[in-house]
Structures are given as structure tokens and as C-alpha cells.
Ligand binder design. Structure first.
Ligand SMILES: Cc1ncc(COP(=O)(O)O)c(C=O)c1O
Length: 272
């Protein structure tokens, strides 16, 4: 990672670093004003095999051996770990869906510990585990608006949509869907779970086995929406964003974010 200014770099302002930060021990500035602080790599997203992280860290650590880089004290190994979006549903082998092993944070630490220990000095380490930190911490609760049939396909229309969870519509991401009363013994049949936004791509899940008795007013939950859902939400079709709640350590429900109102939606418009 290089920066043109020693005071402002992509990790923030250098003067914000603690006085004893390893970054205060940096090397010379090159003739064109670039100062090297460390290395940053990014293998990608949803990594399930931590071996690739180990291999990558080994390669990066080798760079520190180079005389030119002896002064460097920072390593950012990027992201990001996978989560098991399909842990509640059966994988079908004919869909090329193998069981995946999801690394825990402990696995992650183990995978980088050994190569890092080979360095003879301490460095500042930055990790970017991404969605694995929060994705499975949230559900989106939505109300059933009704059932309808399009040709042979049965659709369950709910009041959540691509405006709250765009991942399925945008890149066919999978989110588990179940009723709030998942112990219901009613017969389950496959539904496409769709939103009320008038877009053919407005779906939350396809061919999901849900009780055939679901009716207007029942609740359904979309799982694992803690990452890339609220942050990618929109007001498309003038839809106010829903409220967000959290459970505190005493299991008390607290409002994290208020439901948007029509007033909120009009706030930025000039209305005479
Ligand atoms: C810079 C950076 N760090 C970390 C991640 C990992 O995030 P996630 O695992 O949530 O996709 C990403 C995603 O591509 C990224 O671009």
C-alpha cells in the first residue's frame, strides 16, 4: 500500500494513529513522494477454505524478508469468510452443492498464526472478515399478503421486497425463508416468495417449501440479512425503510432504527 502523502493514507490520517503505532516506524519517502507503510492483499469474499489464506499470508510474510521492505510494520490480509446461508435447508448434490465447511473466527486465527509467528518483530495486522461477523445475526420479518398462481408456479406475496433485501434479485443470492411458526405440521409446497414491488425480478426466494396454509397476515422470516441488506436497501417505489430492532443482553427489544415515514421520504424534495 502506498500513499502520496505521509499524513493521509487509505487507512485514514496518519496522525490519528497511536503514538506507539508500528506505523510511526516507517521508511523513507521515494523521490515522487510515495511512502510505503505495508502490504494489503484481498483474496476475495466468502472464503471457506482457510488454507488459501495461510498460503497467501506465507507469501506476504516472505516479502518482509526483502531488504527494501525491512522497515515495514503493517500487513492487511483483507477478507472475507463465508457463512452457511443454506444451513437450514437440504443441499441437493445434483445442483453441485457440496456440504461446505464454514471457518470459525478461531479457524481463521489459527490459519494466520503460524506464518505470522515467523516474523522476528511485531507488526500491525488488519483483517477484514466481512459478512462473517454479522450476516447471520439478523432476520427480516415480513407479512404475507396472499398467495397467487402464475402458470404452474405458486407465489407467496409478502410485504418485504427487493427494497429491503435486494441480494436475491441482484445476483440470485440465497437466503433461507421459513414461517415464524416453523413447527407447523401443515403440508409444505414449493412457492416463489415475491415482493409487492411491480418488477418481475422482485423475489426473495424461489421454490421454497412453505406451509400451503400460509395466508394474509401470517409472518415469514428471511434469514441471514445482517450483511448487505439494510446497507443496500432503497426507497424505490417510495417505500419507507422498515424499523430495525435489536435484542440487548437482557433479551429486551430495543429500536435500532426507526421506521421511515412518508415525511422522511419527502424531506429532500422542494415542496412549495
Ligand atoms: C476490501 C474488502 N474487504 C473485505 C471484503 C469481504 O467482505 P465479504 O466477505 O462480506 O464479502 C470485501 C468484499 O469483497 C472487500 O472488498
Amino acid at each position: 500500500m502506498a500513499t502520496k502523502s505521509p499524513r493521509f493514507n487509505v487507512f485514514g490520517k496518519q496522525r490519528c494513529l497511536p503514538r506507539k503505532s508500528p506505523l510511526s516506524h516507517t521508511g523513507p519517502t521515494t523521490s515522487n513522494g510515495i511512502r510505503l507503510f505495508g502490504f494489503h492483499c484481498h483474496l476475495g469474499s466468502t472464503i471457506s477454505n482457510t488454507q488459501v489464506i495461510t498460503e497467501c499470508v506465507k507469501k506476504l510474510i516472505k516479502l518482509f524478508d526483502n531488504k527494501r521492505f525491512h522497515h515495514l510494520r503493517l500487513l492487511n490480509i483483507g477478507g472475507g469468510l463465508n457463512i452457511d446461508y443454506k444451513r437450514f435447508s437440504k443441499r441437493t448434490k445434483n445442483n453441485n452443492e457440496e456440504d461446505i465447511i464454514i471457518p470459525t473466527i478461531e479457524d481463521y486465527i489459527q490459519s494466520i498464526k503460524e506464518p505470522l509467528q515467523s516474523l522476528p518483530y511485531t507488526i500491525e495486522l488488519i483483517v477484514e472478515p466481512g459478512r462473517s461477523l454479522i450476516a447471520n445475526s439478523c432476520i427480516l420479518v415480513t407479512r404475507v399478503l396472499g398467495q397467487k398462481r402464475t402458470g404452474s408456479i405458486r407465489q407467496l406475496v409478502v410485504d418485504a421486497s427487493m427494497t429491503e433485501c435486494i441480494r436475491p434479485a441482484l445476483y440470485q443470492a440465497y437466503h433461507h425463508i421459513d414461517t415464524i411458526n416453523s413447527f407447523s405440521t401443515d403440508e409444505r409446497i414449493p412457492f416463489d416468495v415475491v415482493g409487492p414491488v411491480c418488477e418481475s425480478g422482485d423475489f426473495l426466494g424461489k421454490q421454497r417449501c412453505l406451509p400451503n396454509t400460509l395466508k394474509r397476515g401470517d409472518f415469514v422470516a428471511i434469514f441471514d440479512i445482517g450483511a448487505y441488506c439494510s446497507s443496500m436497501s432503497s426507497n424505490y417505489n417510495m417505500r419507507p425503510r422498515p424499523a430495525e430492532y435489536t435484542l440487548d443482553e437482557h433479551e429486551q427489544i430495543k429500536v435500532l432504527r426507526k421506521r421511515e415515514t412518508n415525511q422522511d421520504l419527502l424531506r429532500t424534495f422542494y415542496v412549495e
